[in-house]
Design a protein around this ligand. Structure first.
Ligand code: GRF
Length: 217
C-alpha cells in the first residue's frame, strides 16, 4: 500500500504539523506530508515545513478581494497536489464548499474543545468562564457546517482551579499532539472512513474505560 499523501493547512505556529512530522519520523505514522498550505506568509509552521523539506504554498487571504476568490485559489492549490488526505491543523479560515465536497471523508480538522461545545474561537476562555470541569479537543471530518462534522476522536483533560487560559490551552494542546497523529495514522492504514455520514473505525481496540473525575474524589 503506497503511503498516503497528506496536505496540511495551517495559519499559525504549526505545532500540530510538527507533531505529525515527528510521528512520521519516528515511524509511528505511515503517511507522507507532501504539501503545507498557509493562508498567511508569516505562519510559523511554514518554517517547520521547510526544515523538513516539505513543499509549501502561501495562499495569502489578504491578496483576494472576496472569499470566493480566496477559496478558488485555495482549491486550485490543493488540487494541484491531489492529496489523499487534507488536514486542517490550526487553519483559521472556512474552507469552501467545493473543497469540502471534493474531499468528503478525506478532510479532517483538529479543534480545541470537546465539540459540540465551543465551536469557533476562544474555546479555552469560554470553557473557563463556564466553569466546566472537563475540557479537551476533537478531531472531526469537515463538513460545510463549521466545527461540526462527524466526530472521529476526542481527548479530555481536567480543568484545574488555578487554570488560566494559557495553562489550560497548553494542557489541551498536548492532547491534540497525541490525538491528531493517531487519527491520521488510522486514515493512512485504511482503518478510518466516513460511510453514510457516520464515522467507521476498523479494528478499534478497547479504550481506557476509567472515568476522569474532576476534582478527584
Ligand atoms: C490548535 O489549538 C488547534 O486546535 C486550533 O488552533 C491551534 C493551532 O495550533 N484550531 P498550532 O498552529 O498547531 O500550533
Amino acid at each position: 500500500m503506497p503511503a498516503k499523501a497528506i496536505t496540511v493547512l495551517i495559519s499559525g505556529r504549526g505545532s500540530n504539523l510538527a507533531a505529525l512530522l515527528s510521528a512520521m519520523r519516528e515511524g509511528a505514522l505511515d503517511g507522507a506530508i507532501t504539501h503545507v498550505v498557509a493562508d498567511r506568509p508569516d505562519a510559523g509552521g511554514l518554517a517547520i515545513a521547510r526544515k523538513h523539506d516539505v513543499a509549501t504554498t502561501v495562499v495569502d487571504h489578504r491578496a483576494y478581494s472576496s472569499r470566493a476568490d480566496f477559496n478558488a485559489a485555495l482549491a486550485k492549490t490543493i488540487d494541484r497536489v491531489a492529496p489523499d488526505l487534507v488536514v486542517l491543523a490550526g487553519f483559521m479560515r472556512v474552507v469552501g464548499a467545493d473543497v469540502v465536497a471534493r474531499y468528503t471523508g478525506r478532510i479532517i480538522n483538529v479543534h480545541p474543545s470537546l465539540l459540540p461545545l465551543y465551536p469557533g474561537l476562544d474555546t479555552h476562555r469560554r470553557a473557563l468562564a463556564d466553569g466546566v470541569r472537563i475540557h479537551g479537543c476533537s478531531v472531526h471530518f469537515v463538513t460545510r457546517a463549521i466545527d461540526a462534522g462527524p466526530l472521529i476522536a476526542q481527548g479530555a483533560v481536567p480543568v484545574l482551579d488555578d487554570d488560566d487560559e494559557t495553562s489550560l490551552a497548553a494542557r489541551v494542546l498536548a492532547v491534540e499532539h497525541r490525538l491528531l497523529p493517531t487519527v491520521v495514522g488510522w486514515f493512512c492504514t485504511d482503518r478510518l472512513a466516513l460511510v453514510d455520514a457516520r464515522v467507521r473505525l476498523k479494528g478499534a481496540t478497547k479504550c481506557d474505560t476509567r472515568s476522569l473525575l474532576v476534582p478527584a474524589a
